[in-house]
Structures are given as structure tokens and as C-alpha cells.
Write a protein that binds this ligand. Sequence first.
Ligand code: ARG
Length: 465
Amino acid sequence: MTTGKGQTMWGGRFAATPSEIMEEINASLDIDRRMAEEDVAGSRAHADMLAEMGILSFEDNEAIQAGLDAVMTELREGSFPFRRELEDIHMNVEARLKEIIGEPAGRLHTARSRNDQVVTDFRLWTRKALDNSARLVGGLQAELVIRAGEHTGTIMPGFTHLQTAQPVTLGHHLLAYVEMLSRDRTRLTDCALRLNECPLGAAALAGTGFPIDRDMTAEALGFSRPMANSLDAVSARDFALEALSALSIAATHLSRLAEEIVLWTSPQFGFAKLTDQWSTGSSIMPQKRNPDAAELIRAKASLITGHFLALQGAVKALPLAYAKDLQDDKRLTFEAFDTFDLCTRAMTGMIATIEFRPDAMRAAAARGFSTATDLADWLVRELGLPFREAHHVTGTLVAMAEKQGSDLSDLSLADMQGVHKGITQAVFDVLTVEASALSRTSYGGTSPVRVAEQVAQWKQRLGLE
Ligand code: ARG
């Protein structure tokens, strides 16, 4: 083994060193150094197992473990000498170990290859990242639930096609995102369960003739079991694809919420205001308050989806087993997690502090004939009209109000009776936005009582009380 520039660990059969450009395209250290601690953990488990099985002497294992302790200390203190010419984190750790403990370091790679080593590290890293992202999503859910609890009775327009549809409550609207994020969270945690099998010991691709104990290393690293097929173990990346697809879906939800923030904070809507901490100004237009973080979340959601697609493209035509194409899996995955985590933290901050404007929301809910469905339902319930006929009568009344430049509740009883003679004064009770929202008490509906129940349930589920 060598450590100098230009001399590689695999250089035995090579007379010349790689060209600089070859080194540049081949090196992954700048990316995979983030798996340094996972790499040390994998090596510790491997060496312990080799010693246990009599493949490595106990003295050599002791030296290796002590050396890995020193490496870990250097990593944590930031003094580990990373060397790009050593290609990747695996060879950096091993080379440093050799510098620290000498000869026994060369025995660590017995019955192991970088192919099973890298993907073991990568699974460990991704398992932790999934856990962290799921926790951040839980934090965002908590803020949404808290804000929903403050607004169980706040009326706002509900939209379809972004046209005023029916009055809803703000709490209900916010809880819709809590539900989405709950599915996102379970996608992330489910994925971690499937990921949790250990590739270590698959060696280069075919397994090894050394009498290793794969259950032992799997257990030491917290995996549920060793992977059953060595070819699959070194080449499968569906765990990363699944993680990225789960992130991509979750980021899509963040993006939808971001879009609502952009709309709601525009002067045209005026439903909400971001605090100074979460707004930016314009260099030319002094009046501007821009929702940049929300816009960036919207854009970054696509970046995460792009990373999923890029990895899927890298994997889809790869024959078994390992190929270097797989080296870029880490860059894509790390970036996707970093981006997702940042977006989730930014969204959590915005939701925690955004100032809602209930008056503007209520006023908007009252425009656009949002209680037309309530009128139609009243005709069905009170007059026994078939819904289609009630829909038609209501449509005529909406057209009449539109012509008069008024709202449905401003029509006179006489006007109404001109369209359908059975209509009585009682109809006016269902034409307010409050009555409309209050009436929607079906399970999952927008009525404040239902929303308050959901808020209570979520507070319990998220441990907020
Ligand atoms: N840096 C490599 C990667 O990330 C490690 C595995 C290298 N294996 C090999 N056969 N060249 O994929």
C-alpha cells in the first residue's frame, strides 16, 4: 500500500499514474467524505468479525480498533488529513490507518471490497438521513397543527380551479397539509425499514471464501439482516431511489404550500403577511415584500425530483453488478437530502410566524357566490327538489345577483320567489359564509367542530400536549 500522490492502492499492475483529468473525474472524496464516520463504523464491525472468526489475530484487531479510534478523533476534531489523490473516503481512511498503526492496517480489507464497503456506508448514511428528514417533517406538522388550532373557526374561501368554490376554515386548509406530510413521513420511515439490510461481506460481487459471519456485522451495524444475494448487495440502489422518490413527493407538498404562501401574501389576496424575518425587499421598488423563501422552495422541489430522475437514469441500464456509474448516487442523494431539509426548515419557520388576515379571508369568502351550493342544498332539503333542478334554480339566482352587482344574500325574497315560488325567508339563514362552513359537519369536513377534533387528535399524535 502506498500513500504518496499519484500512487494508488490498486496501482500494483500499473506502470504509469493516472492523468490529472482522470483523477479529477474519478475522485469522489469531496462528496463521500461525508460518510467518513459510517466508513469507520463499517470497518470496526468488519475487523471485529474477522477477529472473532479467526481470520485476523486479536492483536491486529486491537491495533486496528485503536487506530480507528484515532481516525475518528481526527475526523471529529477536523484534523483528519483528507487527500483527494486517494480517490475516495474508503482509501483515505485505510491509508490514514496505515500511517497510524502500520502493517496491521493492510489486513483490514480481507474478505471485503470497496463495492460492499461503499454501499454499506451509504445505507448507514441514508438510514440516518431518512430519520432526520422524517423528524423535520414532524416539526413542520407540529407548527401547522398549532396554527390550525388558532384558526378552527377562521373562514376563508375554498377554491377549485382557483375560483371561489365554498367557504372553508383556515384550520381545515392547514390540516390538509398535515395529512399530506403524515403520509410523507411514513414513506420516509417505511423506506428506512426496507433499506435496513446489510451488504457487507458481499465483497466485490460474488461473496468470499473466507469463513465470515455476516449476521455478526449486520447486527453490529444495526441492520436487520445481511442481504441474501451478493450481486444484489453491491449493485442495488433502489433504497436510494426510494428515498429520493419519497423526498420528491414530500417536496412536492412543500411546493404546493409554498405556492399558497406566494398567493396569500400577494396584495391581491392579502390573506397573510410574512414577518420581516421571512421576507426580502426589492433593490428598486421600496414597497416590495417578497416571499423569496417560498419561491425557492417551489423551485427546489423540482431539483429534488430531478435528482431522483438522474439516479434512476444512472441505474436503469446497468448490468449487474457494480459499475462506476454508481459513484454519483451519493452526490445526488446527499444534495437531495440537504435541499429537502433546508426547505422543510424554511417552511417550518414561515408557518410558525406567518400572520394570517382573517378579515381579508372572510371578505374574500363572501365574494364569488361561495354559498351557492348551500342554497341548492336548501332547495333539496326544504323543498324536496331534485339536486339537478336545485342547481338550475340556483344558477338563475346567481346570474340575477351578478347582474345586480350584489351577492346572493342581497337578493330580495320577492326576487327569489320569482325564480322559485317555494322559497321562504328561512333561506337567508344558509347564505352566510359562517353558516355554510358550520354546516359541513360530515367526517373530514370543514366545520369548526370537526376541525377542532382533528386538531386535538393531531396534538395527541404529535405529543404536543
Ligand atoms: N468511490 C466508489 C463509489 O463511490 C467506491 C467503490 C469503488 N469500486 C470500484 N470497483 N472501483 O462507488
